[in-house]
Each structure stands twice: as C-alpha cells, then as structure tokens.
Design a protein around this ligand. Structure first.
Ligand SMILES: Cc1cc2nc3c(=O)[nH]c(=O)nc-3n(C[C@H](O)[C@H](O)[C@H](O)COP(=O)(O)OP(=O)(O)OC[C@H]3O[C@@H](n4cnc5c(N)ncnc54)[C@H](O)[C@@H]3O)c2cc1C
Length: 393
C-alpha cells in the first residue's frame, strides 16, 4: 500500500491487489515505528495520521521474574516522533489507502488474489488473478510482489529461498484491560516462558512464545494449565483469563519463519517486504522493514516508471539496485533476530529454573542514555530510508 501510494504520487499508474475484502485481521503487532512516522512527516501526512486512534509507547520494559527493567527509551531519538504508535493494522492501511486514492493513477482491487505470473519474451509482463467475477490478467511494466511471508508470487517465480530457521511459534491472544492495570508494552519472562504484551488501550495484545511445534503438548496439558502459565507471568490477569480464553479458539497459533530470497528480482518482477525476507516477530520490526523497502523502491523506480519513453526492459537494472540497497538492513536485522531466538529465547523456553535479570538489562535500566541503543535498533533500524521519489505536480 505504501509503495502504491508513493508510485501514484509520482504519476505512475498503479494497481494494488489485495486478496481479502478488508484489512480487518488481527494477527499482527501493529507497531508504527519512529522511522515510519518520519516517512509520514516527509509525505506531509503526519498530523492527519496521528488523528487516527492509536496508543503511544515511549519506552519498552521487560519483567524478569518479579524484577522490572526499562529496556528501550524512544524519547531520546533524533526523529520527529519519540514513540512507537500502536495503531491497528486496518487503521494504518485504511489511512494509506484513503490518501493514495487522492491520486488519479492509484487503483485498489480488493478481493483480487494474484495466482500467477504472465511471462512474455523472457520477462514478467503481468499477473494472473482470481476475482469474485472470475480469472483476469493484468499487464504491467513491473510486478511487485508484496504478498507477505507466504508469497504466492515468489513461489511461482521459482526464486531460491534461504531459510534461516525459526525454533519458535507464537500464540496470539487478546486479554481485556481493566482499570488499575499496571505495566505497558514490553515483555514478561518467567520460568520457561516468554510473553510479549502490547498495550492497545482497551485490551492487551499478547504473544506467548512457544517452541516450534509445541502447540500439541500445550493443548495436551489442558486450557486451564495454559491459563495458569499466563497468570504466573501476569498475575493481574487472574480474574479475567477464564472469560478471555474461554476455549482454544481464543488462542491463535502463528507460525514464525525467518528467511530471505537470494535474488529478489527477475526482469519485470521484484519482491519486497516479507515476500523478499520473512521476519521474526522479535523486536517487532517487520512492518518497519517492509515500509523502508517500499520507500527505497519508490526512490529508485518512481522516476523511471513514470517516464513513458523508457521501455520496460530499461527498468531491470533498477531492480538489482533495490536489492543491493535493502539487503544490508535485512541481513543485519535477521542476524540479530536469529541470535536472539537461538541464544536467548530458545534456552529460556527449555529452562526449568526461575530466570534472573541479565546483567546487560540491568545496565540499560540503570543508564537512560544506554536505552537509546535498543530504541534506535527497534525504532529506526539499519539504513533508514527517506522519501526522495517525486510528487507529480
Ligand atoms: C506473530 C507475528 C507477530 C508480528 N508482530 C510484529 C510487530 O509487532 N511489529 C512488526 O513490525 N512486525 C511484526 N511482525 C512481522 C510483520 O507482520 C511483517 O514483517 C510485515 O507485516 C510484513 O509486511 P508485508 O507488507 O511485506 O506483508 P504482509 O503484512 O503480510 O501483507 C501482505 C498482504 O498481501 C495480501 N496477500 C497475500 N497473498 C496475496 C495474493 N496472492 N494476492 C493478493 N494479496 C495477497 C495479504 O492479505 C496481506 O494484506 C509479526 C509477525 C508475526 C508472524
């Protein structure tokens, strides 16, 4: 959606295909990071964006056993907004759509699922898609696959996927919020358990991390045993957990994968976002990376695509430039996520001993200035992008 907006803003004819009929899915963290807010500012949209409902996270805290520590402080970042905006994904996407639709060359096709690629003369020249009225073909100088970590298009293109491995899955739940609730967005670590909590104003979005494939074992122990594990981590949930987790239907299993394509493009086709590099939820940075990919793609491709005199084949060298620019932040971020998965979270899930606060977290808690490092890594990340693509007058 962000790339569609940026290209339409530059005068490029864009069709955005979305297989669902709306954006009302609840299976993602909804973290709009300081660097994304910076992009909104560069587009002149920040003020109207912040009129939408959202919650502010100015810091991240972690609780280990009974001890709490501040881990990241966004207020010291040299960005326009010193906070993460926690905004439901549908609000964010609706906002981008509403703005994109002010450009005459933008077209959003809902209920339209890309199913295959059209190839002609050794290059991709469009997509096949399933709509409510049947199969269609859409011709294009460039197809950009932004269809997420289970990308259909990267599959049919036959790209080689480098799987970095994810030993964890996530159980995703909503727990109601009540007056007097304490703590904020952050993590809770207990014996053999890790829970991430996002404060969404009226409820807690919670992500309970389990070993990959461990759901059957958890189910076999029973729902009540699972509720008790949650309460052991967050005692304030005791009075409400039975109602909030009335059955296993209230607990959604999300499979985590971390991978990236060796090559993100071929003539006429480019993959970005999770379609190019599926991100782990660790650090909550996948949305940010996908947005940064979109900005970099528009910076490099908006002008050549808007130039009608330039043939489709002339665009190919720019596709390689997008990968060259975005591979570095992808590698760095995934390396940190994989290291955290393998060295921190996995041993923790295997452990039967009560955890103790790691020394480095004590340091972060003690020295506020040090909290800017994790804040920068999460809130801005490696190689932040700035909008340089043109706006057609
Ligand atoms: C459990 C979990 C929690 C996470 N929490 C966070 C978090 O808190 N913060 C964060 O930044 N990141 C988080 N992530 C990662 C983040 O969700 C992704 O990195 C990010 O959404 C990638 O954006 P994207 O636009 O590339 O893909 P997606 O957000 O997956 O969007 C792909 C879109 O394409 C549509 N689509 C799919 N296939 C087709 C098709 N064939 N035709 C047409 N449309 C199609 C989908 O419906 C969807 O709208 C989490 C990931 C997981 C698994």
């Amino acid at each position: 959606m962000m790339l569609g907006l940026l290209l339409a803003r530059a005068g490029v004819e864009v069709n955005v295909l979305e297989k669902h009929g709306d954006f009302l899915r609840d299976f993602r963290g909804d973290t709009v990071h300081p660097s994304t807010l910076e992009v909104m500012h560069e587009l002149g949209l920040l003020e109207s964006f912040l009129q939408r409902p959202f919650d502010k996270a100015t810091e991240l805290r972690v609780q280990v056993g009974n001890e709490e520590a501040a881990l990241a402080d966004f207020t010291g970042l040299k960005t326009r907004c010193g906070f993460i905006a926690l905004m439901p994904q549908w609000e964010f996407l609706d906002f981008l759509r509403d703005h994109a639709q002010t450009y005459p060359s933008f077209r959003l096709m809902m209920n339209t699922e890309a199913t295959g690629l059209v190839e002609q003369g050794g290059r991709v020249s469009g997509v096949r898609a399933r709509t409510q009225d049947g199969e269609i073909e859409i011709g294009a100088d460039l197809v950009v696959a932004c269809d997420g970590r289970r990308s259909t298009l990267r599959g049919v293109a036959g790209f080689t996927v480098h799987n970095l491995g994810a030993p964890i899955d996530v159980l995703w739940m909503r727990i109601s919020k009540q007056p007097g609730d304490t703590g904020g967005t952050g993590g809770r670590i207990g014996t053999g358990s890790f829970l991430a909590m996002i404060d969404r104003g009226s409820y807690w979005q919670t992500a309970f991390v389990i070993a990959k494939g461990g759901m059957e074992k958890i189910k076999a122990a029973g729902l009540e045993a699972f509720r008790q594990r949650m309460v052991a981590l967050v005692p304030m949930f005791a009075g409400r957990i039975a109602a909030d987790l009335a059955s296993w239907d209230d607990v959604k299993l999300l499979s985590v994968s971390v991978d990236r394509l060796e090559q993100w493009w071929k003539p006429g086709l480019l993959c970005i976002g999770d379609a190019a590099h599926a991100m782990s939820p660790i650090g909550g940075v996948g949305i940010n990376l996908a947005i940064q990919d979109a900005v970099a793609t528009a910076n490099l491709l908006a002008a050549p695509l808007a130039d009608d005199g330039l043939g489709a084949d002339m665009i190919t060298p720019y596709l390689a430039k997008v990968q060259a620019r975005r591979m570095f932040p992808t590698r760095v971020t995934q390396a940190v996520q994989v290291a955290a998965q393998n060295n921190l979270i996995n041993p923790l899930l295997d452990s039967t001993r009560p955890p103790t606060m790691p020394f480095v977290l004590r340091l972060f808690n003690r020295f506020r200035l040090m909290r800017r490092w994790p804040a920068y890594a999460v809130g801005v990340g490696a190689r932040p992008e700035h909008v340089q693509s043109p706006e057609k007058s």
